[in-house]
Design a protein around this ligand. Structure first.
Ligand SMILES: [Zn+2]
Length: 100
């Protein structure tokens, strides 16, 4: 994906998500090109499914995530599991006692 197209798409997702990270719900910032891109709250384009199968680049497999989440997740964790983990719900979940 070309950089310009990617940026426009991040912005679109950013707006759709109300400026919040798809994992941790923090407010993200869209930074001008080349500026301070390593901020943990910078918006990045995230692939929900990390396997490069057909449809990997489809729009519904994309979400805007903050750099911190994007970096933390790597490619080993299922996105839903990671989301649960980032919101601090994972321990509740595996701690049991909760109906869902
Ligand atoms: Zn995040």
């Amino acid at each position: 994906m070309k950089t310009g197209v990617k940026r426009a798409f991040v912005l679109e997702l950013f707006n759709k998500q109300g400026g919040r990270c798809c994992y941790c719900d923090r407010l993200m910032v869209i930074l001008p090109r080349g500026k301070d891109q390593n901020r943990p709250d910078a918006a990045t384009l995230e692939h929900l499914m990390t396997n490069r199968h057909r449809g990997w680049t489809r729009r519904d497999n994309m979400a805007a995530a903050c750099r911190e989440c994007n970096g933390m997740r790597g490619s080993g964790m299922d996105w839903l599991m990671f989301k649960t983990y980032r919101r601090g719900e994972l321990w509740e979940l595996i701690g049991g006692g909760k109906d869902f």
